[in-house]
Design a protein around this ligand. Structure first.
Ligand SMILES: Nc1ncnc2c1ncn2[C@@H]1O[C@H](COP(=O)(O)OP(=O)(O)O)[C@@H](O)[C@H]1O
Ligand SMILES: [Mg+2]
Length: 358
């Protein structure tokens, strides 16, 4: 795909910054990439004071905010409110807006939408505190999760239940601990793969498939990517990410089609990662969830998939900026610049900055 020309922009990298904690490496990775692409950068860390966030944006007057903020005030469910706030303040930002973040955050809503689009997801049962509602025929074991979880919060080997008694206990625990609806899904025993999608809904690119290799996982314990797998210290026996091999063309096509339909159905913008399980029993792929704001660090699944496609990390960040810049009409030129012009410098779109504060 011919690269569009994005003018040199002032870009604010917006990230979650709990007080007293170190800055997440993703902030440096994204900032360095943006600089390499010729943009000017500032970073804005937000914890729990919304006025500070608005003030920082107002002071910086960025052309674009690169949004890697996944939490607000220690509550990952407020990730969507950050996008809502930027929409209200008419700030241009990368990644999904309120709609995409909200739809994908709710795993039940996601499954209902995917069902409509005939994308395979595990049969499931919901419990909203009043009644169970089942979708499809269910066979134990099931995995029970909060409807709106992230980063495996509330998910572990204890989430896998083999009968109604265990199920009821988990559902109650989720209501108590997370004050959330519970989602119970058929536990799909099989390979776990991740698929990155980048670009606009009309011109998306599906990245090569990344797989979780389970390392020396104890065979008697259900394979669940819990917080230890995701964030624990790596040892020689830990699970690790690899490029998926031995995925036949039919399976690959099904996975790619599901990822694309999910991207569109959930109104995702610029980039996302779709998590799958491939059933050992039937060989079918099942979408587990869609991440509209996936971790974008250099070693992330998305970066690995991009690298395999020949898209360097810097180019990946550039592609995200490009997709957002097109949406926000930041004077992106679809063709290569004609010779003699300094790419983009004159083209800075400062209209937001000029109208703000009035
Ligand atoms: N239906 C399922 N079958 C098998 N494993 C599952 C299923 N749902 C979740 N898991 C396991 O739990 C992990 C976290 O679940 P996921 O729905 O992706 O939540 P999160 O938003 O916390 O990442 C998955 O990566 C997978 O290992
Ligand atoms: Mg996940």
């Amino acid at each position: 795909m011919a690269a569009a020309t994005v003018p040199s922009l002032k870009i604010a990298v917006l990230h979650y910054q709990p007080r007293g904690e170190e800055v997440d490496p993703v902030v440096t990775h994204v900032t360095d990439a943006l600089k390499e692409l010729g943009h000017t950068t500032v970073t804005i860390g937000v914890h729990d004071i919304v006025f500070d966030l608005l003030k920082a944006i107002e002071d910086a007057k960025p052309d674009l905010v690169f949004n890697v903020c996944e939490t607000f005030a220690d509550d990952y469910r407020l990730e969507v409110n950050i996008a809502a706030l930027m929409e209200l303040a008419r700030v241009n930002f990368t990644g999904s807006g309120t709609a995409g973040l909200l739809l994908a955050q709710d795993k039940i809503l996601t499954k209902q939408l995917l069902e409509y689009h005939e994308v395979n997801t595990p049969n499931f049962l919901t419990f909203d505190g009043e009644a169970f509602e089942a979708f499809g025929r269910l066979t134990f074991p099931l995995i029970v999760k909060p409807a709106r979880t992230d980063a495996s919060l509330g998910i572990g080997k204890h989430s896998v239940v083999k009968d109604w008694d265990e199920l009821t206990r988990r559902v109650r625990d989720i209501r108590k601990t997370f004050n959330d609806e519970a989602l119970a899904e058929e536990f799909i025993d099989g390979r776990e793969v991740y698929v990155g999608v980048i670009g606009t809904p009309t011109r998306p690119e599906i990245l090569p498939i990344v797989e979780l290799n389970w390392g020396d996982w104890d065979a008697s314990v259900p394979r669940v990517s819990d917080r230890e797998v995701k964030f624990g210290a790596m040892t020689d026996t830990s699970p690790y990410l690899v490029m998926a091999e031995n995925i036949g063309p039919d399976l690959q096509a099904r996975i790619e089609r599901s990822a694309l339909l999910a991207f569109r159905a959930l109104k995702i913008r610029d980039y996302a990662r779709v998590d799958f399980r491939i059933s050992n029993k039937t060989g079918e792929p099942f979408v587990l969830e869609v991440n509209p704001n996936p971790y974008l660090e250099k070693e992330s699944e998305l970066a690995m998939g991009a690298e395999e496609r020949g898209i360097s990390y810097t180019q990946l960040i550039g592609r995200i900026v490009e997709s957002a810049a097109i949406r926000h009409q930041l004077k992106v030129r679809p063709e290569k610049p004609t010779t003699g012009e300094t790419p983009g410098v004159e083209a800075k779109d400062r209209s937001r900055a000029e109208t703000s504060g009035s």
